[in-house]
Design a protein around this ligand. Structure first.
Ligand code: PRX
Length: 643
């Protein structure tokens, strides 16, 4: 990379290779974003072209109105590279956790057959266009096949992270009213078999789920309920290997993905077929510069939006080869991720700052074993990346030569909206970069006034937004309006992030202003955790805040007020067993502080901000507005003693 005034620009060879290397793209997009996205959309295969590019009836909007499309046709028979060209090409590499087990390698042709077979099996189970199908699967090829099979027949998939608890599954299944769930007997995590079927059985109790498709992954013993549960193999084996793609309207739902909500009930983000396909395809192409001989590895689990877009749809739409893996990147040995990069000649590596910080801890001598010379692009996502980790990733893994795309986006946006492009840059440590061409963003003060460079404010997205942005919160229009479209106006999408830009217009994301905390890049809300904790009978009140953590970015810690005294150790155990049941291991509370009183405003609102500042060292601010300012002093002393 070429360094000019603290900014990095790509070398000529990278520029030349890149799909997007002409700054004219930005100018063209800014002039008429709708026309620009329409031009991009034309590269995909549509059964019928759209009549109107964009329609805005705030807070609702639509893209490619009247267009007819199926995302799987764009992946397979009408892939941009041509089916003949890709049918024998590797689509998916699956690396199992066990070193003894062989990887699975599926060509586009193989994958297509498997998708069709499952699609036909789902049709036989009675799944029709618009029906919701729950997918509760670990990182195995069947999770990709399941999503695509749903998309093939127009069913709406709703993937639930496999490490989520049965309770979390239940809440989601209740909301979607899915009649079919696809799950597995179990899976491997750090050498242990996790019995997923048992969790699934509990999670679907009392829901609408009538049929369960079970993948035989781990061979653990599971109960199979007659006429409800079917082994994947039995259902699909004899099925026809072609299934007609359902002609979908551009605005028909493709999937619902839940993200943490402030009231404890997660929000179902609605993503629609046409707009999402366009955004997944083009962000994959321009940001990761996907080429025919690339091996793309996004380490995100499919249960999160990064998994949906960049461990499935974007590489497939681009006809690329991508990798998914079972287990953890640092198990059974800490450099497993580096070994995988080397084994498969990974060209694009996309991961979260938490993982980068974890890798940074490895000894130099261990990392010296790897040349990383197949890598061409590095990516980061999910949480702010600090300057030290950015530079470590850039210098040690990228050898100072590779573009490092720090991509900002959300479950709601469906695809990346802010990052500098690899063929143009510029890149700056800890800055995420420029808005993607065709995306209009702004930074506003409290009154909605646009702020100049250097000033921090709310990050918002302006019309025409982007084709992939969510169209609603499933069955909850009020929440949609309140969460995203009320802070400024019905025409301004509020991201809940604060940010600022530098003189070159590069954006730096500071963090969330709502009650979302990012734990190892995973999104949780403090309200959701508090609901779970206060369900414990002996806990009168609780406040959860994100405490800064060197590796995970933030970890949740809880302040609790007890009804009857109990030891801290016992309370922590109780709290975490409740959290495990309610969400799963990712949300485990790191520390529990028993306090007498929580700081509150006169209207009774718990001031989490103050509690958080006790950890960050920021000034506590004016405490005189509190109903009980003395509570802060007491907690402060308590923390001093315990830390
Ligand atoms: O706060 C921002 C942070 O993650 C939030 C969205 O979380 P989620 O819906 O789980 O999606 C994560 C993966 C796309 C954002 O509101 N975030 C995401 N990417 C970045 C980021 N913060 C800083 N830098 C990023 N690159």
């Amino acid at each position: 990379m070429i360094k000019k005034k603290n900014l990095y620009y790509p070398l000529d060879e990278i520029k030349k290779r890149a799909w997007a290397n002409n700054p004219q793209i930005y100018r063209e997009a800014a002039k008429n974003p709708v026309k620009f996205w329409e031009k991009l959309a034309k590269e995909l295969f549509w059964f019928k072209s759209w009549k109107k590019g964009f329609l805005h009836k705030a807070p609702y909007f639509k893209w490619f109105l009247g267009g007819k499309i199926n995302i799987t046709s764009n992946i397979f028979e009408k892939n941009i590279l041509g089916f003949e060209k890709i049918k024998n090409k590797v689509a998916l590499i699956w690396e199992p956790e066990s070193l003894e087990e062989k990887p699975t390698i599926l060509t586009y042709g193989n994958l297509f057959r498997k998708v069709n077979k499952l699609a036909n099996a789902l049709l036989k189970l009675g799944v029709r266009k618009g029906d919701r199908v729950g997918i509760y699967l670990p990182m195995i090829p069947e999770v990709i096949i399941s999503m695509l099979a749903c998309a093939r027949i127009g069913a709406v998939h709703s993937v639930v992270f496999s490490a989520f608890s049965s309770q979390a599954l239940k809440v989601r299944m209740e909301d979607t009213k899915a009649k079919v769930l696809i799950t597995s007997d179990g899976y491997y995590r750090k050498g242990k078999i996790i019995n997923l079927k048992q969790k699934a059985d509990q999670g679907i109790k009392g829901t609408n789920v009538k049929k369960v498709v079970v993948v035989n992954r781990a061979g653990n013993k599971v109960g199979m309920k007659k006429r409800r549960d079917f082994w994947w193999k039995d259902l699909t084996e004899k099925e026809n290997d072609w299934s007609r793609p359902k002609v979908m309207d551009s605005e028909d739902l493709l999937f619902i993905l839940y993200t943490s909500g402030s009231t404890g009930r997660p929000k179902g983000c609605e993503h629609v077929t046409g707009g999402y396909a366009v955004q997944a395809y083009w962000t994959g192409k321009w940001i990761f510069d996907l080429k025919e001989d690339d091996v793309f590895w996004s380490t995100a689990d499919i249960g999160w939006v990064t998994g949906h877009t960049y461990s499935c749809y974007a590489p497939l739409l681009n006809g690329a080869t991508f990798l998914i893996f079972e287990g953890a990147p640092n198990w059974p040995f800490p450099d497993r991720w580096a070994k995988i990069i080397e084994k498969y000649g990974v060209t694009t590596f996309y991961t979260a700052p938490t993982a980068i910080r974890m890798f940074e801890k490895l000894s130099k001598s261990l990392l010296k074993k790897y040349s990383f010379n197949t890598l061409q692009i590095l990516g980061s996502v999910g949480e702010p990346i600090d300057e030290t980790s950015w530079l470590w990733y850039f210098n040690e893994i990228g050898k100072g030569k590779l573009p490092l795309v720090d991509t900002w986006w959300q479950t709601e946006t469906g695809g990346v909206l802010i990052t500098s492009l690899p063929g143009m840059g510029p890149f700056k440590p800890a800055f995420t970069g420029l808005p993607f061409p065709g995306v209009k963003i702004d930074i506003l003060d409290e009154k909605g006034k646009s702020l100049p460079a250097g000033k921090q404010g709310a990050l918002v997205i302006l019309p025409p937004f982007s084709p992939g942005l969510l169209r609603g919160v499933y069955k909850n229009p009020k929440k949609y309006l309140k969460t995203y479209w009320t802070e400024y106006s019905k025409k301004v999408y509020f991201t809940s992030d604060t940010a600022y830009k530098n003189k070159q217009g590069l954006l730096r994301i500071v963090g969330r202003v709502d009650d979302v905390i990012k734990v190892a890049g995973h999104r949780l809300t403090t309200g959701e955790l508090e609901n779970i904790i206060t369900a414990i009978p002996n806990i009168a009140e609780s406040a959860v805040v994100g405490k800064p953590d060197k590796i995970k970015g933030e970890v949740p810690v809880a302040f609790v007020v007890l009804k009857k005294p109990k030891s801290q150790k016992k309370v922590k155990k109780e709290v975490n067993s409740q959290v495990l049941q309610g969400i799963g291991p990712i949300a485990l509370i790191k520390e529990v502080f028993i306090v007498r009183d929580l700081p509150k405003t006169r209207s009774g609102k718990i001031m989490r901000r103050i509690l958080k500042r006790l950890f960050t060292g920021e000034a506590l601010g004016d405490l005189s507005t509190l109903a009980n300012p003395e509570s802060v002093e007491v907690i402060k002393k308590q923390l001093k003693n315990s830390l």
